[in-house]
Design a protein around this ligand. Structure first.
Ligand code: C2O
Ligand code: CU
Ligand code: CU
Length: 515
């Protein structure tokens, strides 16, 4: 109890608050429960069981009798329009192979996958059957934040009510995997944790990438209690960013994907976890990266591992090798100090290889390179400081039971206020923003509507043209991005996508104005 918790403090911040002893005790209790639950699950007919190190994350290697991968229902646009009704309700489903009582879009976890083309119009009737407000955000889409489009600031759908969203994709919208989720301040983390997320795919506009199969893999995590309800998390877990014991792919524990040797599959991997950072590996098969978030690469790039921050996506091509292999989740620590969260979840899925080899497919056509904003003179350079304060220390306590372990999370010293506009930019300009992290935890920073080109990390220039809509800002470090404020004016937000941090105030308002 002498050393300050490194998560709470960065190099410039002293003195560091020390977590109260009861939090540490509670954390030990949670670890104990994890082990007990793993043992119970073992008694429920699971085949393999290995108990990992105590603490965060699932006990490694809970292997379930092989279940083949299922995909959520796909809803496709026709003649430039996708009209969808999404009903949000508490529902009983099968999750991780057991009965669960969760929140769903149209009765499934994940919700239906929406498939769109550049230039399409997406019309969503969101019906709220919950006892709390909710709303809808189309994460990563380059669309208007105003009116009844991707408007998370003004649209709140009350219990029993519904709302019609009307979202127009520009004709040159970048292709790639995106997703939708609720964005109701103070409730975002809980609602995602309890099951509200679904994939969006924007198809390529150019020549098709020849593949034998196109799959959407929605990764999520949660922890279920003995009755199958997602657990309430402690204040400590909110402070660190909650992580679930169960790491799921399309709602399943280690599902099996079947393929023949030589096949080329396209996997759109979407990390919808509320906090968990992923690092993925698929030994024995060739993996080529096609896109990160909104950033389609000009040429596919061979990789050994890919990182997918929470809320981030990758679009990869998998050329199937000779042998069955596992999609492995490796550790990707996001706090200073050893035993922090985002430990290795272990095998997430099995790629089972069988049958006769198939002939090689034609090469992947080149794709137009996204503009390199390093060649542009920025209209403004700004710094955004990410911080963390004890509640009450100069900030008002919400007094509503929300917050993160008595902590207030801030950008430039202030917690989120929807009525305040923190940053005003001019439409048609490029800005350079540097996120500076004064805490001892990494924060994945996300901006709505406009993509970010990552140009420097901790002062070192980034090679190549890398576009993301969520960027890692390391504990005590800084990340610099360039943002093209193009096409859409209006007010929207940028925030840490550890949803507990966002709910605790690490979010601010940006407005792009014309003229
Ligand atoms: Cu994925 Cu502000 O959201
Ligand atoms: Cu978003
Ligand atoms: Cu954060």
């Amino acid at each position: 109890m002498t050393a300050p918790d490194p998560r709470l403090t960065g190099p410039e911040r002293t003195p560091a608050p020390v977590p109260p002893p009861d939090d540490i005790e509670r954390r030990r209790l949670v670890s104990g429960l994890n082990r007990r639950r793993a043992l119970q699950l073992g008694g429920l007919g699971l085949l393999g069981l290995a108990i990992g190190a105590p603490g965060w994350g699932p006990s490694a290697g809970l292997a379930l009798a092989a279940e083949s991968l299922s995909e959520p229902e796909t809803l496709r646009s026709a003649n430039g329009l996708l009209r969808v009704r999404l009903e949000v309700a508490e529902t009983s489903v099968t999750l991780a192979g057991r009965p669960a009582h969760v929140l769903t879009y149209n009765g499934t976890v994940p919700g239906p996958t929406l498939r769109l083309r550049p230039g399409d119009r997406l019309h969503v009737e969101l019906v709220n059957r919950l006892s709390d407000p909710t709303n809808l955000h189309t994460h990563g889409l380059h669309v208007s934040p105003r009116g009844n489009a991707d408007n998370t600031l003004d649209v709140h759908v009350q219990p029993g009510e519904s709302f019609h969203y009307d979202i127009q994709l520009p004709d040159d919208h970048p292709p790639g995997p995106f997703w939708y989720h609720p964005h109701e301040h103070h409730l975002t983390a809980d609602q995602i944790w309890r099951g509200l997320y679904g994939g969006i795919v924007v198809e390529d506009a150019g020549p098709e990438v020849p593949v034998t199969r196109d799959r959407v893999l929605v990764v999520s995590d949660t922890t279920l209690d003995d009755d199958g309800h997602p657990v309430q998390v402690s204040e400590w877990q909110r402070m660190e960013g909650r992580e679930g014991e169960l790491v799921l792919v399309n709602g399943q524990l280690t599902p099996t994907l079947e393929a023949r040797p030589g096949e080329r599959e396209r996997w759109r991997i979407i990390n919808t976890c509320t906090s968990r950072f992923l690092r993925l590996r698929l030994d024995g098969h060739k993996v080529d990266l096609l896109a990160t978030d909104i950033g389609r690469l000009a040429e596919p790039r061979r990789v050994d591992e890919v990182e997918v921050l929470n809320s981030g996506r990758v679009d990869v091509l998998v050329t199937v090798g000779e042998r069955t292999g596992e999609l492995q989740g490796l550790a990707n620590p996001r706090t200073r100090g050893g035993d922090g969260p985002s430990g290795a979840p272990g095998a997430l899925a099995t790629l089972r290889v069988g049958g006769s080899p198939v002939p090689a497919l034609p090469p992947v056509p080149a794709y137009p390179q996204l503009p390199d904003l390093r060649e542009v003179q920025p209209a403004a350079r700004r710094t955004m400081v990410l911080g963390l304060d004890r509640a009450g220390g100069g900030h008002e306590d919400h007094g509503d039971g929300h917050g993160s372990g008595g902590m207030v999370m801030t950008i430039d010293g202030r917690p989120f206020d929807h009525a305040r506009t923190d940053v005003v930019t001019r439409l048609g300009t490029v800005e350079e923003w540097t996120y500076v992290n004064h805490t001892g935890m990494d924060h994945p920073m996300h901006l709505h509507v406009w993509p970010m080109q990552v140009v420097a990390i901790d002062g070192r220039p980034v090679e190549g043209v890398v576009y993301q809509d969520v960027v890692r800002v390391s504990a005590g470090g800084e990340t610099t991005v360039r943002i093209p404020f193009e096409d859409f004016d209006g007010r929207t937000v940028f925030h840490c996508h550890i949803n507990d941090h966002e709910d605790a105030g690490m979010m601010a308002v940006v407005e792009a104005r014309t003229g």
